[in-house]
Write a protein that binds this ligand. Structure first.
Ligand code: SF4
Ligand code: SF4
Ligand code: SF4
Length: 348
């Protein structure tokens, strides 16, 4: 079936399938079969981001924008508001912004100033999707339209995305960004379901499937970004961290990612400085973050309330089956909900 012909009937069929598949995904180890299949094929790729080398020049940001500009959303002129909210997320008038993630900017350089050993220091941190090993965004998406590819990329299918934003809610770093007035929800129930389409870095999946490195990596003039087989990248990251007597981020966080940050400054210090700034707090770098799918239930119950459509039932059933630690869950959910709310405020 052509995506252009995707209609209400096909949508309902797919939603029904998702309901059943959702329960299966959340049972047992809570990991989709496609991830096991991908793991068998190859180890996938990863990136090392060396904060000691990043000069904050934003050449990588420009490369990303140049490569992906043709995929940015073109919303309708009169964007409908959706119930129960009266507003919507529209970034189309701020396409030039490079100081944060938006549907039109999938990579940005976050700057943090902190005190390290009594001295002031500024670090530049390229931020984008971490391409998690077992991505909660993909596992929670009620329509199954976020895929973890064999190469390790976590990719949103923009043609089928409803923009319910549960992926952002469950992402520890609130990475996916929503543009209203575009996508399938306009054809199905524009005032009731979803709210647009979610956008984020896709690891340049087209380039890496052709054996090329991502555009941002190729463009960096300071060799702060490195890309290669996961095992090699992890060894490199560990070696550089040891040479710097520094720190590593992204190896264990969220259950493991395909993005390893190396820093001359401890990530606990970086995280503290980011958390202290309300604008950067949603994109903090908290060491040891757990994958919320392994840690809580209430996060998803709240996600269901936020996204009022078909997938809510699938997520709810699965959550009910899988999790058993309500108190810990409640604390994590409250923390995460606070982050998401801040992120939304930051974006409006
Ligand atoms: S990663 Fe490279 S291109 Fe990007 S800001 Fe840092 S130094 Fe510049
Ligand atoms: S960083 Fe967030 S959006 Fe990216 S794969 Fe991980 S959970 Fe998903
Ligand atoms: S991997 Fe590709 S999509 Fe992701 S930030 Fe780099 S250039 Fe952009």
């Amino acid at each position: 079936m052509s995506k252009k012909n995707f209609n209400r009937r096909e949508f309902l069929k797919r939603a029904g399938f998702s309901l059943a598949a959702g329960a299966a995904v959340y049972s047992g180890a809570g990991r989709p079969a496609r991830l096991f299949a991908a793991g068998r094929e190859k180890e996938g790729f990863a990136t090392v981001i060396d904060l000691a080398r990043c000069a904050g020049c934003e050449t990588c940001v420009l490369a990303c924008r140049g490569k992906n500009a043709g995929r940015y959303p073109e919303p309708v002129e009169d964007i409908p508001a959706y119930w129960p909210r009266k507003g919507y997320e529209d970034w189309s008038k701020e396409r030039e912004r490079t100081d944060r993630l938006t549907p039109y900017n999938w990579l940005f350089v976050q700057r943090v100033t902190l005190q390290d050993g009594g001295e002031g220091r500024t670090l530049n941190i390229p931020r984008r999707c971490m391409h998690c090993v077992n991505p909660p965004c993909a596992n929670l998406c009620p329509f199954g339209i976020i895929e973890k590819t064999a190469e390790g990329a976590v990719v949103i299918d923009h043609d089928y995305c409803f923009g319910g934003a549960k992926c952002r809610h469950v992402c520890p770093w609130s990475i996916p960004q929503r543009q209203a007035g575009t996508g399938l929800y306009l054809k199905i129930a524009p005032q009731l379901a979803g709210g647009g389409v979610m956008y984020k870095c896709d690891f340049c999946q087209d380039r890496i499937s052709e054996g090329k490195v991502p555009a941002c990596v190729a463009a960096c003039p300071y060799k702060a970004l490195h890309f290669g087989p996961r095992g090699e990248m992890l060894a490199l990251a560990r070696q550089w961290a040891a040479e710097l007597e520094g720190d590593l981020y992204g190896v264990e966080e969220n259950g493991g990612t395909a993005t390893y940050y190396v820093s001359p400054v401890a990530f606990s210090l970086i995280d503290g400085a980011l958390q202290a700034n309300p604008k950067s707090a949603p994109l903090a770098m908290t060491p040891g973050l757990e994958n919320p799918l392994h840690a809580s239930t209430a996060t998803y119950l709240k996600a269901m309330l936020i996204a009022p459509f078909a997938g809510a039932a699938a997520a709810g059933l699965a959550v009910y089956k899988q999790f058993t630690a309500p108190q810990e869950v409640e604390q994590q959910a409250d923390k995460k909900t606070g982050q998401t709310k801040k992120d939304t405020e930051q974006g409006e």
